[in-house]
Design a protein around this ligand. Structure first.
Ligand SMILES: Cc1cc2nc3c(=O)[nH]c(=O)nc-3n(C[C@H](O)[C@H](O)[C@H](O)COP(=O)(O)OP(=O)(O)OC[C@H]3O[C@@H](n4cnc5c(N)ncnc54)[C@H](O)[C@@H]3O)c2cc1C
Ligand code: FES
Ligand code: FES
Length: 491
């Protein structure tokens, strides 16, 4: 029998959510409206401003993790098995947490509306164990998903650096062992189903159970990180009666290095895949840094980005260029297809009812292969792209022997540039004139549209420019001459 209650830890107590709670209740609403914990603020209600940031503490084989999430777009059921920490919980009696004290010391708050969100993002950073903790860039990246409209970011960054550079153990460290034991005790590895057959929140504990639930309920909404689905609730006000969250299926959260490729399961978040993906190429590292902000990368999955089928999703062009393969499952049947074949038309994918994305296989670069990815967006961080290019070339004796080029934002789906690829074959890195045929071929591959992000004309010109720049860099131009910012510019 599946467990029929969502449980999480809160201020030392186990909370069981009422079974009558609608399946799409957001954590922010539960905190503010049910628990009355109003320290966590609602700003945009769409994951963009970070005012609603809370931290989920979970027990993992690597120890306790502190994950900052946007409570406005996180369904309450997604907290199952975690400890929920909000801004009210940080101070130890009258003594502020070091992150809060640093905000006071450097005047990091004025009207204060954004402050709980910044404090919680910085609190997660305080417990980060990577070398970036407390560095200027580390703090900037950490708060890229938080907006402040009155203080200005300099003091907030200073507060983060001051608090996080040499963090002393806090009360959360002091209770870590006890909390880890309590969280581990939650871990019953049971399927979860709360509600009735007509209206439920389900969280299968394995891929096999997930497959079964989806065959029984092909009309259910699959929920991964919820960074797209959450907005269907808060902004589109869509009625969704059946939610199947895949975040508890442990075998779907696998990221395996298979030698020549990575196998990334459907439960793997951007943050979890960051190191392995960044190791493929510096441009992937930079692309990852610019997908959403910390909170979005902590919840959002790569397979969710693919399954969503958006023409402006950031990962599909890069993954298609790398030659990724998608693994889909329905019941016990598993099939694999080249990623580019998954996208059929605007928001139409090659996926049957009851079928789900199980994993994506991402090839690493082989000898002779070079890769470039570039995202153009209005804001550097936390913004969807206007144009996104991924390109992998095989170079032999400084001539292009094979090409895979894909774009986002140029058509109704992420799409390979077949005519451009053909025109690139045989071009010489030493003969710029030979690139021009490929640059003009882009017009045969794409007829981009005007929308609020960019005009069709801008997109066409930008795509040409990206192709030219990538070729110039591959030919030997110093990246700092071709890029304003970014990791490769530092090469
Ligand atoms: C503030 C903000 C910033 C963002 N910035 C970016 C950005 O910079 N670049 C970018 O590309 N995107 C961005 N996004 C969009 C979003 O974060 C990504 O598309 C994300 O990868 C979605 O993954 P998820 O796990 O959250 O998916 P969910 O929201 O859970 O699901 C997305 C869709 O995929 C389906 N789905 C999920 N997993 C599966 C599966 N395994 N099998 C079948 N169907 C599945 C769902 O039913 C839904 O249709 C942003 C979103 C927000 C809110
Ligand atoms: S309220 Fe803005 S991110 Fe949640
Ligand atoms: S202090 Fe007012 S919005 Fe940040």
């Amino acid at each position: 029998m599946p467990r029929d209650a969502i449980r999480f830890l809160r201020r030392g107590h186990v909370v069981e959510l009422p079974r009558s709670l609608p399946p799409t209740t957001m954590l922010l609403d539960w905190l503010r409206l049910h628990e009355g914990a109003c320290g966590t603020k609602e700003g945009c209600n769409e994951g963009d401003c970070g005012a609603c940031t809370v931290v989920l503490r979970r027990a993992t084989p690597q120890g306790l993790t502190y994950t900052p999430v946007n409570a406005c777009i996180l369904m309450a059921g997604q907290t199952d098995g975690a400890e929920v920490i909000t801004v009210e919980d940080l101070a130890d009696g009258a003594v502020l947490h070091p992150v809060q004290q640093a905000m006071v010391d450097v005047h990091g708050s004025q009207c204060g509306f954004c402050t709980p969100g910044f404090v919680m993002a910085l609190f997660a950073h305080y417990h980060d164990t990577t070398p970036q903790r407390g560095s200027r860039q580390g703090v900037i990246d950490q708060i890229a998903g938080n907006l402040c409209r009155c203080t200005g970011y300099r003091p907030i960054v200073e507060a983060g650096m001051a608090a996080c550079a040499q963090p002393a153990p806090d009360t959360f460290d002091a209770s870590a062992r006890q909390t880890a034991e309590r969280l581990a005790a939650f871990d019953d590895a049971a399927d979860l189903l709360v509600g009735s057959p007509e209206r439920f929140f389900a969280a299968p504990a394995s891929t096999a159970s997930l497959a079964k639930v989806l065959v029984e309920h092909p009309d259910a909404t699959i929920l991964a990180g919820g960074t797209d689905v959450g907005l269907w609730v808060t902004k589109a006000l869509r009625q969704m009666d059946k939610i199947v969250w895949l975040g508890r299926a442990r075998d779907l959260a696998e990221l395996r290095d298979e030698g020549d490729h990575l196998l990334i399961g459907a439960g793997v978040t951007y943050a979890q895949a960051q190191g392995a993906m960044a190791a493929i190429d510096p441009d992937i590292a930079e692309l990852w840094r610019r997908i959403g902000g910390t909170q979005v990368r902590a919840s959002g999955t790569i397979c969710g980005n693919i399954a969503n089928g958006s023409p402006i999703g950031d990962t599909p062009p890069a993954l298609v260029a790398l030659g990724a393969t998608l693994v889909l499952q329905k019941g016990e049947r598993i099939r694999r297809l080249p990623l580019e074949d998954f996208f059929r038309a605007y928001k139409v994918q090659d996926r049957e009812p009851g079928e789900f994305v199980r994993a994506v296989e991402v090839p690493k670069l082989r000898a002779g292969e070079v890769f470039r990815a570039c995202k153009l967006s209005k804001r550097n961080e936390q913004d969807i792209s206007a144009v996104m290019m991924g390109m992998k070339l095989t170079i032999t004796d400084r001539r292009i022997a094979a090409a895979r080029v894909a774009f986002g934002g140029m058509a109704a789906t992420p799409k390979r540039a077949a005519v451009t690829e053909a025109a690139l074959i045989g071009a010489s890195l030493d003969d710029e004139a030979s690139w021009h045929q490929a640059m003009t071929a882009l017009d045969q591959d794409f007829t981009p549209i005007d929308d609020m992000r960019a005009s069709g004309t801008y997109r066409r010109r930008a795509a040409r420019g990206l192709l030219q720049r990538a070729l110039a860099e591959m030919a030997g131009a110093a990246p700092q001459d071709t890029r304003v910012l970014g990791l490769r510019a530092a090469e």
